[in-house]
Design a binder for this molecule. Sequence first.
Ligand SMILES: [Zn+2]
Length: 119
Amino acid sequence: MRTRELNSFKSMLLDQRSELINKMQSFRHETLAPVGERGDEGDRATSELDLTRAVRDQERAHMLLPKIDRALQRIVDGSYGLCEICEEPIGIARLKARPVATLCIACKEEQEQTERIFA
Ligand SMILES: [Zn+2]
């Protein structure tokens, strides 16, 4: 992969990472807010809905963050963009859609089939 491409994926991953960390910090802030500050009945319903959404975001962030860190590590050690199974290039289009991808489409499909069989 060219350095320019690698740099653009690196900045994509770093952006995604700081966005996730911001979300995690604002979540902590929301959950720690005293109940009295959450307003009347109507506001409370909204904030409960927000909270559900925030919890879901939080779970996603916890899953995604280690993947982003791993992808950034792979950029450093030079293995970024190569499939972890067959070591073929994953493909720029696939990486643009999913910068944390570690498998090429063929290996990913094979893995999903195996998971279906053993599920
Ligand atoms: Zn592969």
